[in-house]
Ligand binder design. Structure first.
Ligand code: SF4
Length: 128
C-alpha cells in the first residue's frame, strides 16, 4: 500500500461509502462517509436492487498490483475517460478523500471532472 485511496472501489470489507448517485446520474459525495460495516451493507442493499456499486460509490486503500487496472499507475482513470469523456473541469467536488486520492494524485482536476460520472464495475476491481 502507498497510502493512496481508490475512489472507485468495490463494496468490499474495508471500503468506506464515498457517494450516492443522484437522479441526474452523478455521484453526490458523502465527505465523511462511514465504513462499510456488514450492517451498513445490509441497509444499503435493502435500498436498491442489483450490485451496490450501481447505486453507490466506495473508496478503499489502493490495491496497486492486486487490481486489474494497475500497471505502475492506475489505469482505471484512463478507462473512466474512455467511458465518460473528459468533461470540463468545474468546481472541485467535495469528496473527502482528495488528500489521498489516487486519481487526484495522477490527474488533478481533470480526474475530478469525470469522477462523479463513474459507475464502478464491481467485477473489475480487486480491493485487497
Ligand atoms: S472527486 Fe477527485 S479527489 Fe475526489 S474521489 Fe473523485 S477523483 Fe478523487
Amino acid at each position: 500500500m502507498t497510502g493512496h485511496t481508490c475512489p472507485s472501489a468495490s463494496a468490499a470489507p474495508g471500503a468506506t461509502l464515498l457517494g450516492v448517485f443522484g437522479p441526474n446520474g452523478r455521484a453526490i459525495f458523502t465527505p465523511h462517509g462511514p465504513k462499510l460495516t456488514p450492517e451498513l451493507r445490509d441497509t444499503l442493499a435493502a435500498s436498491t436492487e442489483g450490485p451496490l456499486e450501481a447505486r453507490f460509490r466506495f473508496a478503499a486503500p489502493c490495491a496497486q498490483s492486486a487490481c486489474v487496472f494497475w500497471d505502475g499507475s492506475c489505469r482505471a482513470v484512463d478507462a473512466a475517460h474512455e467511458d465518460y469523456g473528459s468533461p470540463d473541469a468545474a468546481a472541485l467536488p467535495e469528496c473527502g478523500i482528495r488528500d489521498t486520492c489516487r486519481w487526484w494524485a495522477q490527474e488533478g482536476a481533470r480526474a475530478c471532472a469525470v469522477c462523479p460520472l463513474v459507475r464502478t464495475a464491481a467485477t473489475d476491481v480487486n480491493a485487497s
